[in-house]
Design a protein around this ligand. Structure first.
Ligand SMILES: [Zn+2]
Length: 127
């Protein structure tokens, strides 16, 4: 079980600005970082090679992503403003964590991190 999740501040900034850029469509970003048994440090975001904006997270071709062990999870935006995963999101869980950015994407209060079961996971931000 993941006990500690830390984001670099630059990751939070890029999640929010990416979500804003694609609003009112959904944007999807991969999260890259380091993970151990119970700790995850998210260091950077990666634009997925096959991003199809606006079609929704659950239609993203996850099976076509390169196998990259530094990918700790996937972030996507909810233009609806709902800060929780849909059933389709949970059915398409990829990696260890799922991050959702909800409209209006203004601060870390518009970001939430979830585990595979859809539970909110606390995270901290470092410079
Ligand atoms: Zn979603």
């Amino acid at each position: 079980m993941v006990r500690k999740i830390t984001f670099k501040a630059s990751v939070v900034d890029s999640l929010l600005s990416y979500a804003k850029t694609f609003h009112p469509n959904e944007g999807i970003l991969l999260l890259r970082g380091k993970m151990s048994e119970d700790e995850i440090l998210v260091k950077e975001t990666v634009i997925p090679p096959l991003a199809t904006h606006g079609k929704g997270f659950s239609s993203f071709p996850f099976h076509m992503l390169p196998l990259d062990l530094s990918i700790v999870g996937v972030a996507h935006s909810h233009p609806s403003g709902v800060l929780k995963p849909s059933l389709g999101d949970l059915n398409n869980f990829y990696g260890r964590i799922m991050v959702i950015m909800a409209y209006p994407y203004n601060s870390e209060r518009d970001i939430a991190v979830f585990d595979r079961e859809g539970n909110v996971v606390k995270y901290s931000i470092i410079p």
